[in-house]
Write a protein that binds this ligand. Structure first.
Ligand code: GLA
Length: 748
């Protein structure tokens, strides 16, 4: 396992438990990709790529007479620029003459224990002697541009990380116009693309379709990873299912504009190129300067989409997230946003907190509207000083009252933004991103601060640090409520304006790094109008991210299903909100809302004072249920049992630890004279025995005369093999969105 170099054949082999990755320096010094897939043993992979002359695919110059050796045909590890490979390119670089060209030749390599780090960018880390690093150095002899290809091999996790450093070792300045993070050539096979698209309040809807013989792009130019296209794609066999089939995941550790292209070439080779979006991007590389492209997490599984997801869940939690909270039990919270919006004062918040505390809620989060002149969303962003008209005496008296109830206190901020109507904007209009001579496009009537400027980052570190140091704040919700247009920095010269969007992200990461390091006891939750920046970059700093502004439990089934392909339950912010739901107007039983929110970090976002006594009793029960099942929900392996789009009648999912399992089901479309609710469970041990020790049916229920009462199923003992292969019949349910939870304990 790990990384080997065979000097005789000039071959690099990266082995993880179940996969092999191989590349080779060819006779001309180019680095060819040979293989990535299920683990393989000995054999010469060169035989897979016999010389073949293809019309209009040019040969390397020394092969011009012999022919049949073309950069346009051979699988490449990272492409050059403008030198004969017409497929997707990783790089565009220009010299001072305007010539775009680069052709990298192998120089040296180094294999070291541990995991490389990337200057200024979030990336995976080693949790104790588990990773190895390979650095391959290449150089374009004409421009002097050096390419360092970095590989982090996490053998136990079946994950290979990749990143790229480019250094100008020549004498003249160079200009990068594209610098992707990774290229993955899959020479054989036909693939489906699985990707996660959407919009505000409907993020990460899963879509699966065969890759056409063309270029397909999944991208965002919004300055954020976006609600619209998540920076994560999966390529899988046409017949791959949740449980079987070959799948490849490509996940970018980046939160800004991104682009992943997939091309099926003339010979059926599929190329994936992933990295920063190159629209309006350029980067000036003076002699001696370097540029680092963000990290990509590659994972390959022959065990279907479910197995691929579980690999990412474990990896993101263990090796991406750095927060001390990544494995700890997080408090059940109540957030006042959907309860009060901007209309609150100290007493309103205390009333919500008192009620919540009496029901077992552990933290009160004060959302938008506590600062500056923030009475609606037109003013105040940037003025991170308490609005004393709403909160007389500041935050302290409020926090003391909340703490006296035995609750923690959390606060909402949106530091990357500024309102035109704010003291900060009046003092520093040049700190906002706007184009000279144009009125900017306004998103939520606010502007984006120019975080490419170090002084803006310093200001925010200073202001937020003071807020956190002066007040007993144990949680921060970090929001970001518009996308980036009018990208222009007043602090950079004309030739560096193409750098602003990426420098902005580097500023955000610097800001987050400084604050999370200085305040390790604060739990940070990411947010961007819901899940507009739900990505591995943000998960380096935030152990959880608000999944969506859509809190309708039925809509959340689709959103959380899609999110689960890449991201763990412990990362998904999910709350029970009021009905009729504020986004859809739908009414769903209170218990069903809780069953869905329990498949995330779990909390409430409604005015508990409006609930009836019976509903309050349910809330108390829900919190106890969540706390009882906490371990299996948050730490269990996650299995999708039904697809909300393809199997619409009921949606179900399951989490499994060694000793227990929890199945959750929501009946979305009740049917008359219905067939029984049947599920084949997953992830159990075939020969172990499992006892049904709780079966809770929530919502409108009715037991048909022919069927058993749910109670009679409790106590039943079944083998894992029976539950998985023959399946299990659940109690009949009717009505609007009833749900159930089935808890199994493995018998010793
Ligand atoms: C965003 C968030 C919401 C809420 C509002 C406040 O939309 O996603 O949860 O915090 O901002 O303005």
């Amino acid at each position: 396992m790990g990384i080997q170099f065979d000097a005789r054949t000039q071959t690099f082999t990266l082995q993880t438990i179940h996969t092999t990755y191989q590349m080779r320096v060819d006779e001309r010094g180019r680095l060819l990709h040979m293989y990535y897939g299920r683990k393989i043993g000995r054999g010469d992979l060169r035989e897979l790529y016999p010389p073949a002359d293809h019309g209009f695919s040019p040969d390397y110059y020394p092969c011009r007479l012999r022919r049949g050796v073309s950069p346009d045909v051979l699988p490449q590890e990272y492409t050059g620029c403008n030198v004969g490979d017409f497929r997707l390119s990783c790089l565009v670089v220009r010299d001072p003459d305007g010539a775009a060209g680069a052709d990298f030749l192998y120089e040296s390599h180094e294999i070291t224990p541990g995991k490389y780090t990337l200057d200024g960018l979030p990336c995976a880390h080693d949790e104790g002697a588990e990773a190895e690093t390979l650095c391959i150095r290449m150089k374009d002899p004409v421009t002097g541009l050096c390419l360092e290809l970095l590989y982090g091999v996490f053998a136990e996790q079946d994950v290979i990380t990749r990143a790229v450093r480019l250094k100008n070792a020549g004498a003249a300045p160079l200009r990068l116009e594209k610098a992707a993070s990774a290229c993955l050539d899959l020479p054989f096979g036909n693939w489906d693309l699985v990707h996660f698209h959407g919009r505000h309040a409907m993020e990460r809807k899963m879509e699966r379709a065969p890759l056409p013989a063309a270029i397909t792009t999944v991208s965002s130019t919004r300055g954020a990873s976006s609600h619209h296209h998540n920076p994560f794609v999966i390529l899988c066999d046409h017949d791959a299912t949740e449980d079987h089939g070959l799948c490849y995941g490509v996940m970018l550790v980046y939160s800004g504009s991104h682009r992943t292209d997939m091309e099926v070439d003339q010979n059926g080779l599929t190329r994936v190129v992933s990295g920063l979006h190159d629209e309006r991007f350029s980067w000036q590389l003076e002699p001696g300067e370097s540029f680092t492209a963000p990290e990509v997490l590659l994972c390959c599984s022959a065990g279907g989409l479910g197995d691929l997801s579980r690999h990412y869940h474990k990896f993101l939690r263990r090796n991406i997230c750095r927060s001390p909270f990544r494995y700890t039990r997080r408090p059940v919270l109540i957030n006042n946003w959907e309860a009060t919006y901007f209309d609150f004062n100290t007493d309103t918040i205390c009333r919500i907190a008192e009620k919540a505390a009496s029901l077992g809620v552990e933290m009160m989060v004060l959302d938008d509207g506590w600062f500056g002149k923030r009475n609606d969303d037109n003013a105040g962003l940037g003025d991170w000083y308490v609005n004393e008209e709403k909160l007389p005496g500041g935050l302290r008296p409020l926090i003391e009252r909340v703490n006296a109830l035995g609750m923690k206190f959390g606060l909402w901020v949106e530091p990357e933004m500024v309102s035109e109507d704010s003291d900060l904007y009046r003092a520093h209009p040049d700190w906002a991103l706007t184009l000279p001579g144009r009125s900017p496009a306004m998103g939520r009537n606010q502007l984006v601060l120019d975080l490419s400027r170090p002084e803006v980052v310093d200001y925010l570190v200073e202001r937020l640090s003071a807020l956190l140091a002066e007040n007993h704040i144990e949680y921060i919700k970090w929001d970001m409520n518009r996308n980036m247009s009018d990208v222009y920095s007043r602090a950079l010269p004309p030739e560096r304006q193409g750098e602003v969007a990426h420098r902005y992200m580097l500023g955000v990461y610097r800001l987050l790094d400084r604050l999370t390091t200085a305040f390790p006891h604060v739990l940070f939750e990411g947010c961007a109008g819901g899940g507009g920046r739900f990505d591995a970059g943000m998960l380096c700093y935030f152990p959880q991210i608000w999944c969506s502004d859509n809190t309708d439990a039925i809509e959340r089934l689709t959103i959380q299903h899609g999110t689960s392909f890449g991201y763990p339950v412990s990362a998904m912010g999910a709350h029970v909100s009021a009905c009729p739901n504020h986004q859809t107007g739908r009414t769903v039983p209170l218990w069903t809302r809780a069953v869905v929110a329990m498949s995330g970090t779990f909390g409430y976002e409604l005015d508990l004072g409006r609930l009836t006594d019976e509903e309050c009793g349910q809330v108390r029960q829900q919190i106890k249920t969540f706390q009882r099942y906490y371990d299996v929900i948050q730490n269990g392996d996650y299995y999708r049992l039904r697809d909300p789009d393809r199997q619409p009648r009921y949606v179900a999912w399951q989490t499994v630890t060694e000793g227990e399992s929890l199945v959750s089901l929501v009946l979305t479309h009740p049917e008359a004279n219905a067939r029984p609710l049947h599920l084949c469970l997953k992830g159990l041990e075939e020969d172990a025995l499992y006892k049904v020790d709780e079966l809770r049916v929530y919502g409108t229920t009715e037991t048909p005369e022919s069927g058993d009462k749910p109670d009679s199923q409790v106590g039943a003992v079944c083998s894992g093999s029976m539950l998985m292969y023959a399946g299990y019949i659940l109690p009949h349910m009717i009505g609007d969105a009833p749900s159930l939870q089935l808890h199994l304990t493995r018998l010793p």
